[in-house]
Design a protein around this ligand. Structure first.
Ligand SMILES: [Zn+2]
Length: 266
């Protein structure tokens, strides 16, 4: 049963038939792991805390820099120099003091990541590098944990949801089927290229929407195993189906280099 205080706070989403009081209680009991708290994690974590997600685990080993503030909207000028995890936690608690937040200000090795994924209901990949993305995908797949991934560069964004849970909804493709490599070309790295703040924010918001769908209703309503591509110039979306690669080292039947990712920390 929701408290009167909670009912007032969340009434505008409780009024949505897909959520209701039951969905709100599920959100209040949910545990979300957010890998990376840059532009994507900023937007996603703010909306998830606002929506009443009970527990957020935020992972990032960077400090807030002036050049982050153009797009990483969770941070404030007076937080420059602070650990991102500390600064983000302060802002999230300022929005919703009922959210329980745990922070990890380091890069996790695979065993640590496995433990964190085991505890989570859903994982948001908000990281900015391919080795991390591939390891997060591998661990989510192995543990049958849903994964919501996004990326943005320039005016472009991409977003995908993989439902790795057992049963009929088990994914037929994984992130690695889509991107079967460990490094992006130098020009595609966020730290080296331009990127528009609201484009990153749009993709982070999509991640929050997908997470709320899953946590409040028990399933994704958005189509899973699809590549949703956003063009920030035309403001148009395109959606492409992701095919399973039978030789994929994570979800395919081939045994080739299946565990090569284990050696590198995030
Ligand atoms: Zn795969």
């Amino acid at each position: 049963m929701l408290s009167d205080q909670a009912f007032v706070r969340y009434q505008r989403q409780i009024a949505l038939p897909e959520i209701g009081e039951s969905g709100q209680r599920d959100l209040n009991n949910a545990h979300v792991l957010i890998i990376g708290c840059g532009g994507l994690g900023s937007a996603a974590s703010l909306y998830l805390a606002s929506a009443g997600v009970g527990k957020l685990v935020i992972v990032d080993d960077d400090k807030v820099e002036a050049s982050n503030l153009q797009r990483q909207i969770i941070y404030r000028q007076n937080q420059i120099g602070q650990l991102k995890t500390t600064a983000a936690s302060d802002q999230l608690l300022a929005v919703n003091p009922d959210t329980r937040i745990r922070t990890l200000d380091k890069r996790m090795d695979k065993p640590q990541l496995e433990l964190e994924v085991m505890l989570a209901d859903v994982v948001l990949d908000c990281s900015d590098n391919m080795p991390t993305r591939q390891m997060v995908n591998q661990v989510c797949f192995e543990q049958n944990t849903p994964l919501i991934t996004a990326a943005a560069i320039g005016w472009q964004g991409q977003f995908s949801v993989f439902d790795y849970r057992d049963g009929e909804s088990k994914a037929n493709a994984c992130y690695r089927c889509l991107f079967p490599f460990n490094e992006l070309k130098q020009a595609s790295k966020c730290s080296d290229s331009g990127v528009l703040g609201p484009v990153v924010g749009t993709l982070g918001n999509y991640q929050a929407i997908a997470a709320i769908q899953l946590l409040a209703t028990g399933q994704f309503i958005v189509a899973t195993e699809m590549l949703h591509l956003f063009n920030g110039l035309t403001l148009e979306w395109k959606t492409l189906a992701i095919s399973q690669d039978s030789h994929c080292s994570v979800c395919g039947t081939s045994e080739q280099d299946a565990n090569y990712l284990c050696e590198k920390p995030l």
